[in-house]
Design a protein around this ligand. Structure first.
Ligand code: ZN
Length: 386
């Protein structure tokens, strides 16, 4: 082969690779995720309603508001702070598509860092999406990443100085929604996003904010509620009730006072709301996992992570049954519902009563997909996209 021919062959191969991967990136960034809202959803607004500079950005997400038939407290659930932790997002889907509040108000966010849901881990060989099976054929979701998409916020600084604590954090965490609370109006896209949520929390007089996450088994903060000191009692009671009544272990720990940028710390410090964060186990995130596949994401089964457990390297149990997605989603729905009932017992004059959302045992028995509604059968005014 002449040098010229070789150059042409390599150029064409490179161009083909560019086109094929470019199409895949474009598709995953623009994949529309349907939400067929429950009859309990009384209003859908955009995050920019509370802070207009977000308008037209990737992070101007939908806010689903469920006004109860009777008044009470206001609870906000944040899904998709870290989109690559899908049980958190899926749990918010189950609330948006099924919940009916008989007392109090619920605000549901499915894509707290929408930008982060439009990209996957660079160099991580992540699948671009995953599908939850349903009786009507399945619903596909963007997998997403832990950080905002560099296409929306770039470049990263050498050092990230958190505002307003001036604590020095890892540079990449300037795109991590859960290191950018409480945000600032003239900051980066991620800081503007948390600032907009703070405005929403203050204007809507939110009493409790719950941020839904998943964690690798090699991380000590797992299967737990992390609570701001204002939510200490509520978290203790909820974790006891869940462990006693529903048979899954749920711990409780305090939000460290000197660790800044996290929702469980800053929302509680900068608003009247109690802030809580829930963690469920996700073997997909473990560094010692085997192949990073859609199947592994959903079954939570991984021989390598099991092996790490045999060497005492994990903070949560795992066996060959793994941590299936339905178990993780069910932990989240039950934990949110339990916080509502524990709160209502403590403050009967400001109740939170939510009907029609499946708890842990029911999600496992019937599968997450049983509670997703078919967009093809939805009335147009009840169909939204994330
Ligand atoms: Zn997380």
């Amino acid at each position: 082969m002449t040098p010229m021919l070789r150059k042409i062959v390599f150029s064409v191969a490179g161009l083909l690779l560019l086109i094929v991967s470019g199409m895949s990136f474009y598709e995953s960034r623009n994949l529309k995720e349907p939400v067929v809202v429950s009859d309990g959803v009384t209003k859908v607004v955009r995050l920019s309603t509370y802070f207009s500079p977000l308008q037209g950005t990737a992070n101007d997400c939908n806010i689903y508001i469920l006004e109860g038939k009777e008044p009470g407290a206001t609870l906000c659930i944040l899904g998709g702070t870290h989109p690559e932790e899908p049980a958190g997002r899926l749990a918010t889907w189950l609330f948006a598509e099924n919940a009916v509040m008989s007392k109090g108000r619920l605000i549901v966010v499915l894509s707290a860092n929408r930008s982060g849901s439009t990209v996957t881990r660079v160099g991580g060989a992540y699948p671009p999406d995953f599908t939850i099976p349903t009786s009507w054929g399945g619903q596909t979701f963007r997998l997403g990443d832990r950080w905002s998409n560099p296409l929306d916020q770039w470049p990263d600084p050498e050092v990230y100085i958190h505002y307003p604590s001036f604590q020095e954090l890892a540079y990449v965490d300037i795109r991590n929604l859960n290191r950018c609370w409480p945000g600032r109006p003239n900051g980066t896209l991620t800081e503007k996003t948390t600032y907009a949520f703070m405005e929403m929390i203050r204007k809507e007089k939110v009493d409790i904010v719950i941020d839904l996450h998943e964690a690798e088994l090699q991380y000590p903060v797992i299967s737990t509620i992390v609570a701001h000191e204002k939510g200490q009692e509520l978290a203790v009671i909820a974790s006891m009730m869940l462990t006693d009544m529903e048979g899954f272990k749920m711990g409780m720990e305090f939000s460290p006072k000197n660790l800044h940028g996290l929702s469980h710390r800053e929302i509680g410090d900068h608003s009247d709301a109690i802030s809580l964060l829930f963690e469920a186990p996700e073997p997909f995130l473990d560094a010692t996992r085997g192949r990073t596949t859609r199947e592994q994401l959903l079954t939570g089964q991984d021989d390598f992570v099991v092996k790490a457990g045999k060497h005492g390297l994990l903070f949560e149990k795992i066996d060959e049954k793994g941590w299936p997605i339905d178990v993780r989603v069910g932990r989240h729905t039950s934990a949110v519902l339990q916080v509502m009932s524990s709160w209502t017992e403590a403050y009967p004059d400001k109740p939170l009563v939510c009907d029609n959302v499946p708890r842990y045992a029911e999600v496992i028995a019937r599968g997450t997909g049983a509670f997703l509604r078919a967009p093809a059968e939805a009335r147009q005014d009840r169909l939204f996209h994330e």
